[in-house]
Design a protein around this ligand. Structure first.
Ligand code: NAD
Length: 285
């Protein structure tokens, strides 16, 4: 058992709300922080929705267990209150370096000196943000995936300055909140999963965009020949096509061509993936 009893999450958007609820569900006392009280109203609604989702989707979840999680979760727009008793702060604010750096600098002024800071950034390396934290030995990345209760990996990536004790505490805490910790030896943009996933998805798009085969045929050969339950285009539909599109458009000319193909043939036609009812596949029936 770690001595992380009180966990604070900064940002109550898609990922922050999930990390907060997941931690509370697994017994931590959690404070969720966001920039103003109007956003906190939405944050409370998100928490109530998550309680319903856990009840419906987590084996063994009961009304009592989700109510208890809600009871362990509090909300504030006062950073000093949010940080005051935190053993671990997980940051899930927008993916903008300046916002993250400002947030950690302000946090460092109000958090106890022993508190560990973690970023959930998907694309920024922790060493880029660490100097703003004022505590580089107690700073690292804990990277969760959307739908944390289902896709429950937590990639843990330190910087050369992260202490072993901090790293080990993060690994252990991830386990305590129902995640599977995935420890990394050193920093890498994209962590482990996206280092595999992004080129794999691009390779599949190249085949369909180059008209070598239909997306369904690409999925079929992948699934049958490797025994994987899902093919790349099914994964596109789960992620939603906008995120891969944005990644492609920030790549080289070949990647941008793939992005243009995705946009013209799917995104512009409202085929954004499962969430819109249509993507490479139809989900309405
Ligand atoms: P989001 O836009 O849904 O939520 C961001 C939240 O941060 C909002 O509630 C916003 O009000 C709040 N915020 C804005 N400025 C703030 C500040 N200065 N201090 C505190 N809160 C502030 O974003 P998201 O999708 O939850 O992503 C958050 C982080 O999680 C990003 O770093 C992203 O890379 C990472 N992430 C996202 C996903 C995903 O699938 N969405 C997956 C893994 C990691």
């Amino acid at each position: 058992m770690t001595n992380v009893k009180h966990l604070t999450v900064l940002g109550t958007g898609v990922l922050g709300s999930q990390i907060a609820f997941q931690s509370a569900y697994h017994g931590k006392t959690v404070t969720a922080y966001d920039i103003n009280d109007d956003i906190l109203v939405k944050a409370k609604e998100r928490a109530a929705e998550l309680a319903k989702t856990y009840l419906a989707e987590i084996p063994g979840a009961t009304q009592e267990s989700v109510d208890a999680a809600l009871g362990r979760l509090s909300f504030t727009s006062d950073l000093a209150v949010a940080a005051g008793e935190a053993d671990l702060v997980i940051e899930a604010v927008p993916e903008v370096a300046k916002i993250k750096e400002d947030t950690f600098a302000r946090l460092n002024d109000v958090a106890p000196s022993a508190t560990i800071f973690a970023t959930n950034s998907s694309t920024l390396l922790p060493s880029q943000i660490a100097p703003s934290s004022g505590r580089e030995d107690r700073f690292l990345a804990m990277h969760f995936a959307n739908r944390v209760w289902q896709f429950n990996t937590c990639e843990i990536m330190g910087t050369p300055n992260t202490s072993k004790e901090t790293f080990d505490t993060a690994v252990q805490t991830a386990t305590e909140i129902g995640m599977v910790p995935i420890p990394m030896h050193k920093e890498k943009a994209g962590y482990l999963l996206n280092s595999i996933l992004v080129p794999w998805l691009a390779a599949a798009a190249e085949l369909a965009a180059g008209d070598y085969a239909d997306p369904q045929a690409v999925d079929q050969v992948w699934k049958i020949a490797t025994g994987s339950p899902l093919g790349p285009f099914q994964i596109y539909d789960i992620i939603g096509l906008n995120t891969p599109y944005n990644i492609m458009m920030s790549g080289d000319a070949d990647q941008q061509k793939l992005g243009a193909w995705l946009k013209e043939n799917y995104i512009d036609k409202g085929r954004l993936g499962q969430s819109s009812g249509h993507g490479f596949y139809d989900y309405t029936s």
